[in-house]
Design a protein around this ligand. Structure first.
Ligand code: SF4
Length: 347
């Protein structure tokens, strides 16, 4: 039996790609690339849990690859540039497909399968981009995109007769109507992650990331911090992150690391603020004023407590006037919105 490796995001397109291949008697193993910028609808573990569901549904093995480290390098300096926001889609695809290509060889598979649809994504799924990605990964002819197969040049598995091209669709463009129809036909009803979701396509998050990269190196901790709260650039090398609710406050505390300060208003309920970077007393006071702005203060002034990392040692307390709205605007760095849209790791 001929074996293929499918890039599975957990979304509808990669689910359909698997079904189309299984129907042709191809042995399938799925790969899921997990990154902290995935914004799946699944609250628990994002795309990973969605892809697990799909793998279980079809009874196929699934390997999850943590690609964060390599991805961070790509995000910092993508050779093919960014899309509309901080999404380096072409280099992201090259990275995933190269890794998948290595795994294909290791596991004795003969080709790769993705759920990509010709023309669906402006940066990475037009004809020239698909060709460029194949060339740079050294996988020309070995990437089958079943949903668009008949709209693309025949691949090696089609030429060799492992896959019957005539039985595959020719879907193109951004409309998802044909995928929905296929899903209906295959009785695939619950696809909670229809198009995935990549924070790098989000304008607010991208502004935040761009600002961060001016003086920071991406790590998992920094990436997770970027996803939380309100971000303020309060000094050339100092940032304050303010929790917006109880859940974010808890998350922020879990991300505190050596050198960070925890700033919170004493007595009245208020947010947790993490102060990170190279900060002076002026910046500590400014972080206090920002924190007080979001606290439940009745009067004009608030007493602020600044703690060291261990969350026990109070380093100092001082009184501040909450920052004005115009002050907040001056330091606030683009808020993340919920408009993230692509996440086409397997599509
Ligand atoms: S939108 Fe998709 S291809 Fe682009 S960077 Fe994000 S996961 Fe990668």
């Amino acid at each position: 039996m001929v074996k293929a490796i499918v890039l599975l995001s957990g979304g509808l397109d990669s689910t359909l790609a698997i079904k189309l291949m299984l129907d042709q008697g191809i042995e399938i193993e799925a790969l899921n690339f997990s990154t902290i910028f995935c914004q799946c609808t699944s609250k628990k573990s994002g795309c990973r849990s969605e892809s697990r569901k799909v793998a279980e549904r079809f009874g196929i093995p699934l390997k999850v690859i943590d690609n964060n480290k390599a991805f961070f390098k790509v995000i910092k300096s993508p050779p093919h540039g960014y899309g509309r926001n901080m999404n380096p889609c072409i280099d992201c695809r090259i990275l995933m497909l190269k890794t998948a290509g290595d795994y294909m060889k290791e596991s004795g598979a003969s080709f790769l399968v993705t759920g990509e649809v010709l023309g669906q994504r402006p940066m990475s799924q037009h004809r020239q981009a698909l060709k460029l990605i194949e060339k740079e990964t050294g996988l020309t002819g070995l990437i089958l995109r079943p949903l668009s197969a008949q709209a693309l040049e025949p691949t090696i598995p089609e030429k060799k007769g492992w896959v019957d091209r005539e039985k595959l669709p020719a879907i193109t463009g951004r409309s998802r109507k044909e995928q929905m129809n296929l899903a209906k036909m295959f009785e695939i009803k619950d696809y909670p992650c229809p198009a995935g979701g990549c924070l790098l396509t989000d304008p607010g998050f991208s502004r935040r990331l761009r600002d961060f990269l001016t003086d920071g190196e991406l790590t998992v901790n920094e990436g997770l911090l970027l996803k939380q709260g309100r971000h303020f650039r309060i000094g050339p090398k100092a940032r304050a992150v303010v929790g917006r609710n109880e859940t974010e406050n808890k998350m922020l505390l879990s991300l505190v690391r050596e050198g960070d300060l925890i700033v919170e208003v004493k007595v009245v309920p208020g947010p947790i603020t993490i102060l990170r970077g190279d900060y002076s007393e002026t910046e500590i006071k400014l972080a206090g004023s920002i924190t007080a702005r979001y606290a439940d203060l009745k009067g004009d002034q608030g007493e602020v407590e600044v703690k060291e990392k261990d969350n026990q040692t109070v380093r100092q307390t001082f009184s501040v006037t909450p920052l004005t709205q115009s002050g907040i605007k001056q330091y606030l760095v683009g808020a993340a919105s919920s408009e993230a849209c692509c996440g086409d790791q397997g599509k």
